[in-house]
Design a protein around this ligand. Structure first.
Ligand code: C2E
Ligand code: MG
Ligand code: MG
Ligand code: MG
Length: 284
């Protein structure tokens, strides 16, 4: 690499690497500080029953209220949190906060609906995750039936191990769903052998479901397979009335997406739950 101007290239490259490394260190340091200073918060996106239009669940989605950068979406810090391991304490905070909030809403007399929490690979691979979640459930007083953990297909690659770990978790009484279903490396083996309550159809299949016959076929097949395996199925990223029609005609159970509501602050989510206490909440 030490050719005529190879040295320059190398130095250029090296300083880019330094820059990236420095940025990573900074964000890791910042996240530790942020966790300590309570700068993370949860947004909640409602999930709707397609037949009744009622809100039947909420997905907790983390945000970072950064003192300078404002509200930072998870795409901008979850990868670094995963790489550095900060995802473990952050993820635990997310589970505890989601459980605490759900229990508080139930205590206020709002409808009893489960909260879904995204689990990262690092968290899932952690020893004693079950013990930690069990403690959180005890501390917050939330009935485990109202907690759902979202994992992705890649976390189930080692089926034997996943089977043991998931069984431990579901023995607590909580539910497991597969997030972004259809985008990972899946095998039917895991679907058959793991205690999965629900599939979440990735939004990339939902987007063009009305225009693209392949997407339509895939979505229809996932719905029918889920039902035949006694699983619930929810479509992600639903933005239009046309998509809702399609999903209803194929008997998809639930939907989540901007057509219903974007993710909401806890205050706005609570207001929505209060307002829609007894009636359908899906836009007509
Ligand atoms: P996800 O779990 O698949 O969550 C759904 C994402 O889709 C959310 O993005 C949500 O705002 C977005 N979304 C919802 N409806 C629509 C729609 O109709 N159209 C479009 N285009 N997008 C929609 P968000 O909140 O930015 O989260 C991104 C990802 O970050 C999540 O994807 C999840 O994988 C991850 N994430 C979020 N919170 C946590 C967390 O607490 N822990 C971990 N490990 N990951 C998290
Ligand atoms: Mg999710
Ligand atoms: Mg996810
Ligand atoms: Mg998803």
């Amino acid at each position: 690499r030490v050719k005529e101007n190879g040295k320059n290239d190398y130095m250029q490259h090296s300083s880019d690497m330094d820059h990236i490394a420095l940025e990573k260190l900074t964000i890791q340091h910042e996240m530790r500080r942020a966790l300590h200073n309570n700068e993370f918060l949860l947004y909640y996106q409602p999930q709707y029953d397609l037949a009744s239009g009622q809100i039947v669940g909420m997905e907790a989605l983390v945000r970072w209220k950064h003192p300078q950068r404002g509200l930072v979406p998870p795409g901008e810090f979850i990868p670094a949190a995963e790489e550095s391991g900060i995802i473990v304490p952050l993820g635990e905070w997310v589970i505890e906060e989601a459980c605490r909030q759900n229990k508080a809403w139930q205590d206020e007399g709002l409808s009893r609906i489960p909260v879904s929490v995204n689990l990262s690979f690092r968290q899932f691979s952690q020893r004693n995750l079950t013990g930690k979640i069990s403690e959180i459930l005890q501390r917050t007083g939330l009935d485990p039936r109202y907690l759902e953990l979202e994992i992705t297909e890649s976390m189930t690659m080692d089926v034997e191990r996943a089977s043991r770990d998931l069984k431990e978790l579901t023995d607590l009484g909580l539910h497991i769903s597969i997030d972004d279903f259809g985008t990972g490396y899946s095998s039917f083996h895991y679907l058959k052998n793991l205690p999965i309550a629900r599939l979440k159809i990735d939004r990339s299949f939902v987007r063009d479901v009305q225009q693209n016959p392949s997407d339509a076929a895939i979505v229809a097949a996932i719905i029918s397979m889920a039902h035949n395996l006694q699983m619930q199925v929810i479509a992600e990223g639903v933005e239009t009335k046309g998509q809702v029609h399609f999903l209803r005609s194929y008997r998809c159970d639930e939907m989540q997406g901007y057509f219903g509501s974007p993710p909401l602050s806890s205050t706005d989510a609570q207001a929505l739950l209060t307002e829609k206490l007894n009636g359908p909440a899906l836009p007509a």
